[in-house]
Design a protein around this ligand. Structure first.
Ligand code: PLP
Length: 285
């Protein structure tokens, strides 16, 4: 079955699913995106993803390309046409097509919208989670507005490739101050020796992950102590547990950081329990 993409008003087989060469997303990375998990045929925490999309667009002064209701229909229709039961739906909105010029195009230029969806195998994800993943640390090299979910991801791409080349799954960015900001495509968490769950506040230096937001509710409900503050690489090395969160991985235990085992080198109890509980607190729509 050929995959189907939504491109500017049409559902097209992948070979025909193309954007214009002067699309500003293509030429300037002038756009934003969202990735939403699909589980049992339903979108996970879609309202939070849509809220973040609207915020990202507003920060970059890009118009909503259509009503929220219409966008939600497109997401569902793309999931349906690709027969995705478990997987991911990807949405990208760029500032549209215009003659190449750095400044914004004329008012009224329509934003471009692309939506794709693909299936993933939940049993593979569970096997990965049961083993845990390795992360490496890399110097923070991104712009300051990482709170915007922009499609400009070159530092993230280079960090992820560095991780891959070192046999790791993720790279954690570390600021000049020695504090971890976040992963190249995930938020970073540790559990201290005294059982506190530590993650950086989302006001500066990180993307406010939807998974992170929902997990904060899980922590509260489970009576776990949260310490929302930045942590250093040394603290992470000495942590009892570590894990990462994202829509595509939910809660993923980290068992090695820069080649050093975290805790006893196996997925931690807290991370494993949080992974198990996570979807009970998600909103399925
Ligand atoms: N941080 C970065 C840089 C990301 O790219 C992502 C997800 O892609 C996240 C955090 C996690 O966000 P979410 O939980 O909304 O997927």
């Amino acid at each position: 079955m050929s995959r189907i993409a939504y491109v500017n008003g049409r559902y097209l087989p992948f070979p025909q699913a193309t954007v214009h060469v002067e699309d500003r997303g293509y030429q300037f990375s002038d756009g934003v995106y969202e990735v939403c998990e699909v589980k049992d045929g339903r979108l996970v925490d879609e309202p939070l993803h849509m809220r973040r999309l609207q915020r990202s667009l507003a920060e970059l002064k890009i118009c909503m390309p259509m009503s929220l209701a219409a966008l939600r229909v497109v997401l569902r229709e793309t999931v349906r046409r690709n027969r995705v039961r478990d997987g991911l739906v990807y949405l990208q909105v760029s500032r549209g097509v215009a003659r190449r010029d750095h400044a914004f195009p004329p008012a009224g230029t329509a934003p471009s919208v692309v939506v794709t969806a693909r299936s993933t195998d939940p049993s593979v994800a569970e096997r990965v989670a049961a083993a845990g993943v390795a992360v490496i640390t890399v110097p923070e090299s991104r712009w300051e507005r990482v709170d915007i979910k922009a499609i400009a991801l070159l530092p993230n791409v280079l960090a992820k490739q560095a991780a891959k080349e070192q046999g790791a799954k993720e790279a954690w960015f570390v600021g000049k101050d020695g504090y971890v900001t976040e992963g190249s495509s995930s938020n970073a968490w540790i559990v201290s020796r005294d059982g506190k769950v530590i993650t950086r506040p989302a006001d500066h230096g990180i993307l406010r992950g939807v998974t992170r937001t929902v997990l904060l509710n899980v922590l509260k409900a489970q009576g776990l102590e949260l310490d929302e503050r930045p942590f250093t690489v040394e603290e992470a090395y000495a942590a009892r547990e570590a894990f990462i969160t994202s829509a595509s991985q939910s809660v993923m235990p980290v068992v090695r950081i820069d080649g050093r085992p975290v805790g006893n080198g196996a997925p931690g109890l807290v991370a494993t329990a949080l992974r198990k509980e996570f979807h009970r607190y998600s909103e399925f729509v």
